[in-house]
Write a protein that binds this ligand. Structure first.
Ligand code: ADP
Length: 341
């Protein structure tokens, strides 16, 4: 089977073509603005495939927010209507992705499948996804933990099991995706039972520019001090995290090279927070068989892994592995699975 995998971001389109699980073509369009540029890029991809005489059998779309949808889905008009409803929860990502899907339905006759970042986490029990706020308000606005990076967590959990030759259906796994965005997931017998990103990708770990967990009272306190809603959003999403603490950069490599005290503190807070989550998820799982690191930082930085693991020595985790994530390959697997049924 030949499949085109599309990852439409807020200002870019990444594409890959797979023949089975082999990537035979890949590329990116960046700095896109407005519908017309997105649409033109997709038409260019269709043109490129035609010129190379590559006939695709399926198109897989990464979709950030699928609400409470539990599995990848074949794209239909009614699915698109559902996704439009949850767009409010991911205003930067879902709208361009939905427009991309609509354009692709005109460009390609092959069946199309949506694979959601949230889907893997929909197996979480209510005790993990419920926030302790009034239940009426939560229900009215769909406020609950959704979780993100699901495609990556699922992929690296399977890869790690393959590496250490264990059956995922019998393992307690903690996966740490540490890139620009960072999240930790507790996986029991192949299913996500808790994850650190929540209602939005802002919760949980310290990230490149995102704060992760803070006392929610800080938000209202800053607003009382005269910061607008937009300003607070911007501070927590774009000016916090490694960048906020260090004042140097959002990029871990740059922060680690800096000699400043604040940069050192940023790395300390980053690793300490990650270790705390791993400890918490060991409690959620009742033990840990495999600890997995991925994402640019998790995969490449031995120093950061060592610093995090340094807090966890007493846990005597048997298998600690670093794995390269491949969300596109996971999407191809999901597409195959959906179309097989
Ligand atoms: P994204 O989440 O955008 O896909 P990546 O997963 O590529 O990003 O992660 C980017 C982060 O990985 C950056 O903070 C970068 O500095 C960090 N990184 C990459 N290689 C290393 C390394 N060898 N040591 C420390 N950090 C690294």
């Amino acid at each position: 089977m030949k499949a085109l995998v599309l990852n439409v971001g807020s200002s870019s389109i990444k594409y890959s073509v797979f023949d089975g699980e082999k990537r035979i073509l890949t590329g990116i369009f960046e700095r896109l603005r407005g519908n017309a540029q997105f649409s033109l890029s997709l038409r260019k991809i269709a043109g490129l495939l035609a010129r190379k005489r590559i006939r695709i059998d399926a198109v897989g779309h990464r979709v950030v927010h699928g609400g409470t949808i539990e599995k990848p889905c074949r794209i239909t008009a009614s699915l698109l209507r559902k996704l439009e409803k949850v767009s409010e929860l991911a205003p930067l990502h879902n709208p361009p992705q939905i427009r991309g899907i609509r354009t692709c339905r005109k460009l390609f006759s092959a069946p199309q499948v949506a694979v959601f970042d949230t889907a893997f986490h929909q197996a979480m029990p209510a005790r993990a996804y419920t926030y302790a706020i009034p239940s009426g308000i939560a229900a009215n606005y769909g406020i609950r933990r959704y979780g993100f990076h699901g495609t990556s967590h699922k992929y690296v959990a399977h890869e790690a099991c393959r590496k250490v030759k264990k059956d995922i259906r019998k393992q307690k796994i903690i996966t740490c995706h540490l890139g620009n965005g960072c999240s930790v997931t507790a996986i029991k017998n192949g299913k996500s039972i808790d994850t650190s990103m929540g209602f939005t990708p802002l919760e949980g770990l310290v990230m490149g520019t995102r704060s992760g967990d803070i006392d929610p009272a800080i938000v209202t306190f800053l607003m009382e001090k005269g910061f607008s809603r937009q300003k607070v959003y911007d501070i927590l999403n774009h000016r916090s995290g490694l960048l906020g603490i260090s004042g140097v950069s959002n990029d871990m490599r740059t922060v680690m090279k800096s000699k400043s005290k604040k940069a050192k503190l940023a790395v300390d807070v980053f690793c300490y927070r990650a270790a705390k989550y791993i400890g918490a998820y060991a409690a959620a799982l009742g033990g840990v068989d495999i600890l997995v690191f991925t994402g640019g930082i998790g995969e490449h930085s031995l120093a950061i892994r060592k610093k995090i693991i340094g807090y966890l020595k007493h846990m005597k985790i048997k298998n600690i592995v670093a794995v390269k994530t491949d969300e596109e390959k996971m999407i191809v697997r999901e597409v195959k699975e959906v179309l097989r049924k």
